[in-house]
Design a binder for this molecule. Structure first.
Ligand SMILES: [Zn+2]
Length: 455
């Protein structure tokens, strides 16, 4: 038996003091409340002292790009799973745009094998929809879902044939996760920008090139199809206020439709925030370039409202690391995507400081409960008897600064979160976040522990 003692346990919407008993299979055998009879450990039991910190279910991030295989200069299953664990994430669902892309049985089983060897957390893998596999996606019994890039340019996984797209919306076996951005609109905008600026396109044009209209058009189409065919559609990374309104309407017609946004869209917007009226694109350039683009303050606020009222079901990261030198290039060349998995929980805790209705319970629902429900991961996502002993132990009272390395002279009362990504950078470097990740447990075993905390 393993015992995690002296913790505040978040279970069934309440926080209570107690301890968790974990059996030999990494499953929660019992939850003992402090006022009940204490569980007396035997000599061979492993006991962790939780020091009174808050124990939450491990975060389930249903949208990540760990870059393995083929793009491992940017990240791999070992490095990115460690960074995830440092952020309290215990399960990830990884996207198929690797090299080779995950579009057949062989690529899928190779990834699963590789994850067993290299990852310190649980990994599931999406199958990327192609013209070739669209008619037999039911065969991919081990996939966690199907990823469809609907008119967006990500290698060879763009589906434009209406017939194949319909097959995917008609299938019943898998959740269909769709990246919605209309390619035609984007390439017209890009052409216009090149004509005007040549090589030197200002980064602040990103949300006008990868525009809201591109998102809206594509999301409208996906929602119409899902209503028509009753699909279990999950709209990935919603980034505009208009999509929120459309999703709310479509959900009334097909309750199986779900939607996700990512922490970056709740954190950043393109309003002037610098001393001379610069916005994040002027200041951070390609380091905040992602697809869909980060949009306006109005969009950010609408998304925040939507995660609180449940129109948007879940919050993921779209963790997508690239090398710094790749990001230093001009607009047209710098790849889109940024690393974010290590700080998603802390970013949400920080946002909640100014948003009282974003409670701890709500955050757990968005990052654990709903992801588990949508992707049928019934053995996790809550702290309850019989489920996996996947936890994050967090101190919500402490603040940490995101750094590349701990400074020699420490700031008073401030903790540090050292960037663990293989790419070595973060778009929120130097920022102060609420909450310290004290430890992360996968099946009852600590896979991460804070520098100041010896379990
Ligand atoms: Zn993505």
């Amino acid at each position: 038996m393993t015992i995690i003692r002296n913790v505040k346990i978040f279970s069934q919407g309440n926080i209570c003091r107690g301890e968790i008993i974990i059996d030999g299979n990494g499953t929660i055998a019992d939850i003992i409340h402090a006022e009940e009879n204490p569980f007396y450990e035997k000599e061979k039991d492993t006991v962790y002292d939780g020091k009174g910190f808050l124990l939450l279910p491990g975060i389930i991030d249903t949208h990540v790009h760990f870059r393995d295989p083929g793009l491992t200069r940017k990240g791999d299953l070992e490095t990115e799973s460690r960074a995830a664990a440092a952020g309290g994430v215990t399960t990830v669902l990884d996207m198929p745009n690797t090299l080779p892309p995950t579009v057949n049985e062989k690529a899928l089983s190779d990834k699963m094998e590789s994850a067993r060897e290299k990852s310190c957390i649980h990994c599931g893998f999406f199958i990327g929809a192609t013209e070739e596999n669209a008619s037999h996606t039911d065969d991919f019994t081990e996939a966690c879902g199907i990823k469809l890039f609907l008119g967006s340019s990500t290698g060879n996984m763009v589906l434009t044939e209406r017939e194949s797209i319909e097959k995917l919306f008609r299938q019943r076996k898998h959740v269909l996760v769709v990246h919605c951005e209309d390619d035609g609109i984007i390439s017209d905008n890009m052409k216009e920008a090149i004509e005007r600026y040549g090589e030197d396109i200002p980064f602040r044009l990103h949300p006008y090139i990868r525009s809201r209209e591109a998102c809206i058009k594509s999301t409208r189409y996906a929602l119409e199809m899902a209503v028509k065919y009753g699909t279990r559609l999950h709209i990935a990374h919603v980034s505009t206020a208009e999509e929120v309104t459309m999703i709310a309407k479509a959900k009334r017609l097909n309750p199986d439709i779900t939607a996700e946004t990512c922490v970056n869209y709740l954190w950043f917007d393109d309003s002037p925030s610098g001393p001379e009226g610069e916005n994040i694109y002027d200041m951070k350039k390609a380091f905040v370039k992602c697809n869909p683009s980060i949009k306006t303050e109005k969009d950010r606020k609408a998304l925040l409202k939507a995660v609180i009222n449940g129109t948007i079901d879940s919050v993921a990261t779209d963790h997508a690391p690239h090398l710094e030198e790749e990001k230093m290039q001009a607009y047209g060349k710098a790849p889109s995507g940024m690393p974010s998995i290590q700080h998603s929980l802390q970013m949400m805790l920080t946002i909640s400081e100014n948003e009282p209705s974003l409670t701890i319970g709500k955050i757990v629902e968005l990052m654990c409960g709903k992801p588990s429900e949508i992707f049928s991961l019934g053995d996790r996502g809550r702290i309850a008897r019989g489920l996996k002993a996947d936890f994050v132990l967090v101190n919500p009272e402490k603040y940490v600064r995101v750094v590349r390395k701990i400074p020699e002279i420490r700031e008073n009362d401030l903790g540090y979160s050292v960037i663990a990504y293989k790419c070595g950078w973060s778009p929120i470097e130097n920022e102060i976040l609420r909450g310290e990740i004290v430890a992360t447990f996968v099946e009852g075993k600590p896979v991460y522990q804070n520098e100041a905390y010896n379990l």
